[in-house]
Design a protein around this ligand. Structure first.
Ligand SMILES: [Zn+2]
Length: 210
């Protein structure tokens, strides 16, 4: 009898307990919206959006599977790396491989134009995820994507207040670049829109790839 496979792979984008959140004071920015009291140029991306800082110490302490590390997620999404191993994602004539929540039927043509925070994935990691996480079956779907575009961020929304400083709201949302809201979000993940999508069967279609 085959032994049960235990999850031994820690995804590249997962945060570790040793990677502490920096507690930094948030103030009104002179450019509008929010900024850090001790802000440095690297705290913002090329579109001027403020990013949630977190120490980088991959492998320190124990993995926090449910938490995404902002900087590694951003790197994986910006440069299209596998979200699990950080290597090259699978790509063929149908496009790049993505594993996304199964929301079929949400709109006609789904997942065309879907906004996602999940970076792409390679075949070995997609197969390993399917074996190690049986609960993914039925909840996730494999999609080949011809084209994707960085279009915004996901993060905590802040708001102006009567107290002379901005306040944290309970809302986390996707915010598009170039909007007023982009000045009021503390970004935690980069978002891409997916185009030219084909839903594929990992078990049947993908085993010969790479
Ligand atoms: Zn991989």
């Amino acid at each position: 009898m085959k032994a049960l496979t235990r999850p031994t792979v820690v995804p590249y984008i997962a945060a570790w307990s040793g990677e502490l959140q920096h507690l930094r004071r948030i103030v009104y920015s002179k450019h509008g919206g929010i900024g850090f009291a001790d802000e440095a140029p690297e705290d913002r991306d090329q579109f001027g959006v403020l990013w949630n800082g977190r120490a980088v110490a991959q492998g320190a302490g124990h993995p926090r599977y449910g938490e995404v590390h902002p900087e590694r997620q951003r790197l994986a999404m910006q440069y299209l790396r596998c979200q699990v191993c950080g290597g090259a994602p699978a790509r063929d004539s149908r496009g790049m491989l993505w594993l996304i929540e199964d929301d079929r039927g949400r709109w006609a043509g789904w997942p065309e134009r879907l906004l996602t925070t999940h970076p792409p994935i390679c075949i070995p990691c997609a197969n390993a995820a399917a074996v190690m996480c049986p609960h993914l079956a039925g909840h996730y779907v494999a999609v080949r994507v011809q084209d994707s575009e960085v279009c915004g961020v996901h993060g905590r929304i802040w708001a102006p207040s009567a107290f002379g400083y901005p306040v944290r709201t309970e809302m986390k949302d996707v915010v598009a670049y170039g909007t007023t809201d982009a000045r009021w979000v503390l970004a935690g993940q980069l978002v891409r829109s997916l185009h030219g999508c084909t839903i594929v069967d990992l078990r049947r279609d993908e085993t010969c790839d790479r």
